[in-house]
Design a protein around this ligand. Structure first.
Ligand SMILES: Nc1ncnc2c1ncn2[C@@H]1O[C@H](COP(=O)(O)OP(=O)(O)O)[C@@H](O)[C@H]1O
Ligand SMILES: [Mg+2]
Length: 424
């Protein structure tokens, strides 16, 4: 039998926890037979180097956690996807459109309940050298076309409280809750060169859900934004009705299939039984062991499953979007919301090859679930947990947090064993 090797590249920032767990699991998976051939997956951390545009990369797939911030890896990702069919998580072309703004616009057109949102001009326009030249040549250009506007009117139209946040933001940077017209004025004055959205606030809600998607898999978790990082994901099951749970999964899958994102998280507020998505363009979603804890093994296993499927079945990356297919449904005024969601789910399931993926997981990776539990119970994982805590928290908290996370991961492993026993 012939053997094919697939090299998976990891394009990383400072993270050590999930890459180590991912590498360990890929190494444990071993050879996979698929359509009469044997496949092996290997992993490698990518270093940034100059490159000849005609060179052939060795990778068949790259998990990217860096290119949103840095030009060189972004340019490299564009080359390897355009020229060499390297499969990427995520698409670097729509990635640059991966600001909140495009995602809000697309979802609004598709009939999803995005809270009322306005884009307001920069308080201080960032200097653009080319424009300076233009402005010097035609001194009245800026004043001619930049309409003056009344911020207070926008505030009154949205109502208070509201949120001001960068149109392309992430990691809560520059996000403010605004309770009054005075605060709106002050916060806008302080926003400087960052262009901002203002958005109606949803408060006194029942549930804040954070859904992490990896390929066709989505985990909807109960989230406590007001708590410290390590305590935001609550271990909770059945906190949503099956309908709401499925709606949130569909919205998450829709965003990802629409933009060709494969590794992304989405935030949805449920108020009075209605789901309002507020944030769903997270280029490099949080998968830290110390924030996901109980859900960490699921995330790493899903990453192994999806990357194995893409590399081994030679799924081709779709560089172009099929926005029209979505708009055809989104633009129909006679189609109720629920029916639209069903149509979107069909499109996203087709995009993510859900049936083929399930078959692949069942036939090619039947041993993975057990492997993950064994790994999480191994001394190797425990030492990763200890190292991660040591790297994340101050010394006087190490002992407490090591016990805390050991408890959560132990509970996860016990739950898996119980579920496996119940199905046999
Ligand atoms: N419209 C809103 N209503 C209520 N809370 C909001 C709203 N927008 C943002 N928030 C709060 O602010 C946090 C950060 O805003 P978010 O849009 O998620 O930006 P980021 O991309 O920086 O995470 C959210 O997790 C939520 O707690
Ligand atoms: Mg957010």
């Amino acid at each position: 039998m012939s053997e094919t090797q697939h090299l998976i590249g990891l394009l990383l920032g400072t993270e050590e926890d999930w890459p180590t767990a991912y590498e360990a699991l890929v190494a444990r998976v071993g050879p996979i037979s698929y359509r009469g051939e044997t496949h092996t997956l290997r992993t490698e951390r990518i270093v940034n180097e100059p490159f000849d545009l005609r060179y052939k990369p060795r990778y068949s797939l790259v998990i990217d956690r860096l290119a949103w911030w840095y030009d060189l890896p972004r340019a490299w990702l564009k080359k390897v996807s355009l020229m060499d069919d390297v499969y990427l998580l995520n698409n670097p072309f729509t990635f640059q459109a991966m600001e909140k703004h495009s995602a809000y616009c697309a979802l609004i057109r598709l009939g999803i309940r995005v809270p009322d949102t306005w884009l307001i001009p920069h308080k201080v326009p960032a200097p653009i050298p080319h424009f300076e030249y233009m402005a010097a040549k035609f001194p009245d250009v800026a004043s001619r076309y930049n309409a003056s506007f009344d911020l207070q009117e926008i505030g009154a139209a949205l109502g208070y409280p509201l949120y001001m946040k960068p149109f392309d933001g992430g990691q809560w940077v520059g996000v403010s809750r605004i309770g009054s017209p005075e605060e709106l004025r002050r916060t806008y004055d302080e926003s400087g060169e960052r262009m901002m959205h203002v958005q109606r606030a949803l408060e006194d809600f029942e549930v804040f859900a954070r859904s992490l998607s990896i390929g066709p898999e989505t985990m909807v978790m109960k989230f406590r934004p007001e708590r410290p990082m390590h305590d935001r994901y609550e271990v909770a099951h059945d906190f949503l009705s099956p309908e709401l749970g499925s709606e949130i999964v569909t919205i998450s899958q829709l965003v990802n299939a629409f933009f060709r994102w494969e590794f992304n998280s989405c935030e949805t507020i449920v108020k009075d039984g209605v789901a309002y998505p507020i944030d769903y363009a997270n280029a490099s979603p949080d998968v830290a062991l110390t924030s996901l804890h109980y859900y960490f093994p699921w995330a790493i296993a899903a990453l192994v499953r999806w990357t194995a499927f893409c590399a081994i079945s030679q799924r081709r990356m779709r560089l172009n979007q099929n926005t029209r297919d979505y708009f055809e449904t989104g633009d129909r005024e006679d189609v109720p919301y629920e029916d639209k969601l069903r149509e979107y789910r069909k499109l996203s399931d087709a995009y993510f090859q859900v049936d083929e993926y399930r078959t692949f997981c069942g036939e090619q990776l039947p041993h993975l679930d057990e492997l993950v539990v064994e790994y999480v119970e191994s001394p190797e994982f425990d030492s990763l947990l200890v190292q991660t805590v040591v790297a994340t928290f101050p010394p006087h908290e190490h002992e407490h947090f090591i016990a805390h996370f050991r408890g959560l991961l132990g509970a996860w492993a016990a739950d898996q064993r119980a579920a496996a026993a119940a199905t046999t």
